[in-house]
Design a protein around this ligand. Structure first.
Ligand code: SAH
Ligand code: SF4
Length: 357
């Protein structure tokens, strides 16, 4: 990889980013590969662009991981179907709705419902849960339930879901195939386009550190995500899980992850960019660092304590032993220690006025 990008390359690349040039390898790669000294400037610019476009608010999204059953076999993920060591669980519809009520009481304005691709949560079962939450609370609802057909996405949108998170993971066909034995890149891309067409606030992102992934691949990913009009960008370093085929890989790296977050902020000035749990797991200050170089969202876990350990997508996941109230207080304290504020509104995505929501 090109590690000796000259200063002029970096400056020229930064200028291209700041004047809103269309995302292209030519300037994305020098930014993604810049040295530590240049990275200080990159981070500072990303932080400024974040402040000028989305302000100092950090939006807290309550994350409920309600089922760890999964029909897929993604080679990086601890919840993959073939991992027989996982003790599987799923919450009942009543418990999910009850948790939503608690989240709202704690002050959250958004609930993110995430799970493996669990066939038990059919189109109708899920639609009823979404309706239940929408009737009983004023929460914005984000779904992160993997790939489904367009009719299912439509039913959930009509039931009231506002947002959907589905990472593309990588846009390189060979790389995608190498980690998804039972999935297809075109299918994943189509799912994201369906979600967009249905009016969901669209979240996607990549896994950083897949074996064989290059900076050019990452640059292409950014350009593709820009092209489909992504509005939320959740990315994470790969953390190898010992009970998966990628268990012995090196995984993602913190500095590249932070440069990636910063570059995203320059390319998507108004997007919601979370400091993800995987960043906090890779490095004790990982989330704080991300919030200082472009990120503006954090997703505290609100699931029942006993289940959190079982939702082991990757090992060593940070979770607190206290209750959801104390978890939130600790996050609020962290936000304030960064000189930032907790978002009080729903924190919907920004859209130009001429577009309808
Ligand atoms: N089943 C849904 C949602 C749960 S997985 C889906 O796949 O979309 C959520 C995310 O976890 C995935 O998009 C993937 O990028 C991430 N993930 C899986 N295994 C990981 C690992 N070992 N390290 C870091 N992130 C991982
Ligand atoms: Fe299932 Fe999602 Fe894990 Fe793939 S990444 S195995 S779809 S939970």
């Amino acid at each position: 990889m090109n590690n000796n990008t000259s200063y002029t390359d970096f400056q020229a690349a930064l200028e291209a980013a700041l004047r809103g040039a269309p995302p292209a390898r030519g300037w994305l790669v020098p930014l993604l590969s810049c040295n530590e000294q240049d990275a200080v400037e990159l981070f500072r610019e990303a932080d400024r662009v974040r402040r000028e476009n989305v302000g100092d608010d950090i939006h807290l999204r309550a994350l409920l991981e309600f089922s760890n059953f999964c029909r897929k076999d993604c080679r990086y993920c601890g919840l993959r179907r073939d991992n027989k060591k996982v003790k599987r669980y799923r919450l009942s519809a009543e418990d999910i709705i009850k948790t939503a009520l608690e989240a709202e009481k704690l002050g959250y304005r958004t609930m993110v419902m995430q799970s493996g691709e669990d066939a038990a949560f059919t189109r109708d079962v899920m639609a009823n849960i979404i309706k239940g939450i929408k009737e009983k609370t004023d929460l914005a609802v984000t779904l992160s339930l993997g790939e489904r057909d367009i009719e299912t996405y439509r039913a959930w949108r009509e039931a009231g879901a506002d947002r959907y998170l589905l990472r593309i993971e990588t846009t390189n066909p060979e790389l995608f195939k190498s980690v998804h034995p039972d999935d297809d890149l075109d299918k994943r891309m189509k799912a994201l386009m369906d979600l967009k067409e249905l009016g969901y606030q669209l979240g996607t992102g990549v896994l950083l550190g897949l074996p064989g992934q290059t900076l050019e691949n990452l640059a292409d990913d950014i350009a593709w995500m820009h092209g489909i009009g992504a509005e939320m960008l959740g990315n994470g370093p790969l953390i190898p899980h010992p009970d998966t085929p990628l268990g012995r890989e090196k995984g993602g790296e913190m500095n590249l992850t932070l440069r990636f977050v910063s570059v995203l902020r320059l390319v998507f000035p108004h997007a919601h960019i979370p400091a993800t749990t995987a960043m906090g797991t890779l490095h004790p200050q990982g989330r704080e660092s991300a919030l200082r170089c472009g990120a503006n969202v954090i997703m505290p876990n609100i699931g029942p304590m006993g289940f959190r350990k079982l939702y082991e997508i990757y090992p060593g996941k940070i979770y607190r032993r206290d209750d959801a109230k104390k978890d939130r207080e600790a996050i609020v304290e962290m936000v304030e220690s960064l000189g930032r504020t907790v978002g009080k509104d729903h924190g919907h995505v920004w859209r130009p006025v001429q577009e309808k929501k």
